[in-house]
Design a protein around this ligand. Structure first.
Ligand code: A2P
Length: 282
């Protein structure tokens, strides 16, 4: 434990989420347990997985090991996501059961629809199932991932429920200004995936210059940039030293000028699929 303290953000349902979490997308199953244990012993209290990442079992094992070392289950904000092949009311309920079983938990803190799947067009029904899970207490908060503004509006109109978060690709090359404005209007928290641009932004000269000026690493600068924008951020690493340093971001601030210079990196580069056309169920 480093004693670092991670601020939380209050969601629209009153629950609090630690603003920095460990993401385990692209973390191989065999490295997941050690990465999550390293994060929890560093002080992280937010872990972000998904059925699709095929490492929920190992996340669950790490949570159990941490519980034996004094980090109780209820101290950790655990996020998982419903995969694309599981849209539909009944399928969603079953998919949640399967995730909870793999994670070996009684409840999940936040359950997200992973992608809107516009061609399948069942995300409204699917979200009603998530609302039922929340009403049962099996899920504390419900949200979505990769939803575009029109998907969010259809969802809210169709269910009367505003998702607590929308987890989206977001980094300085793709800062999602329009979507962040829609989130602010609707009261949805913005969660950033690939916050470091999948590592590609770490050698960017602008980021490196800001890092040098602060005596920090490029990753710390990027994580700070997210926090100062108001984002929840889930950097991925399998390396214990990088996991620790990515969490050591609560003792400095970027200046307005730093943020402006990082804003010049916006060139509209999307690293992942476009949710408006992504309908993959594989
Ligand atoms: P590794 O897991 O070997 O540390 P993103 O969260 O944007 O997807 O970025 C994840 C990528 O960035 C991974 O390749 C990860 O590699 C790398 N990464 C994460 N943190 C750091 C860091 N502090 N320094 C260098 N590379 C990092």
């Amino acid at each position: 434990m480093t004693g670092l303290s991670n601020p939380t953000l209050v969601l629209n349902d009153g629950n609090s989420i630690p603003t920095v979490g460990l993401g385990v997308w692209q973390t191989p199953a065999e490295q997941t347990r050690q990465a999550v244990e390293a994060a929890l012993s560093t002080g992280y209290r937010h872990i972000d997985t998904a059925a699709a990442y095929q490492n929920e079992t190992q996340v669950g094992e790490a949570l159990k090991a941490a519980a034996d070392n004094g980090v109780a289950r209820e101290d950790v904000f655990l996020v998982t996501k419903l995969w694309n092949a599981e849209h539909g009311y009944d399928k969603a309920l079953k998919a949640f059961d399967a995730s909870a079983k793999r994670l070996d938990v009684d409840y999940v803190d936040l359950y997200l629809i992973h992608w809107p799947m516009p061609e399948v067009n069942l995300f409204v029904e699917t979200f009603k199932a998530l609302a039922a899970l929340r009403d049962e207490g099996r899920v504390r908060s419900i949200g979505v991932s990769n939803f575009a503004p029109e998907h969010l509006r259809t969802l809210v109109d169709g269910t009367g429920v505003v998702p607590a978060v929308n987890q989206i690709e977001l980094h300085p090359r793709f800062p999602q200004q329009e979507l962040r404005e829609v989130h602010a209007e609707l009261g949805i928290a913005t969660e950033a995936w690939s916050p470091l641009g999948q590592g590609a932004l770490l050698s960017d000269p602008t980021v490196v210059a800001v890092a040098e000026a602060h005596g920090k690493t490029p990753a710390q600068v990027l994580i700070r940039w997210h926090l100062q924008l108001g984002n929840i951020v889930i950097p991925k690493s399998v390396n214990p030293d990088r996991i620790a340093s990515n969490f050591d971001v609560f003792d400095f601030e970027l200046t307005a000028q730093d943020i402006e210079s990082i804003a010049t990196l916006d060139d509209g580069t999307r690293l992942g699929p476009d949710p408006r056309t992504f309908n993959w169920t594989g």
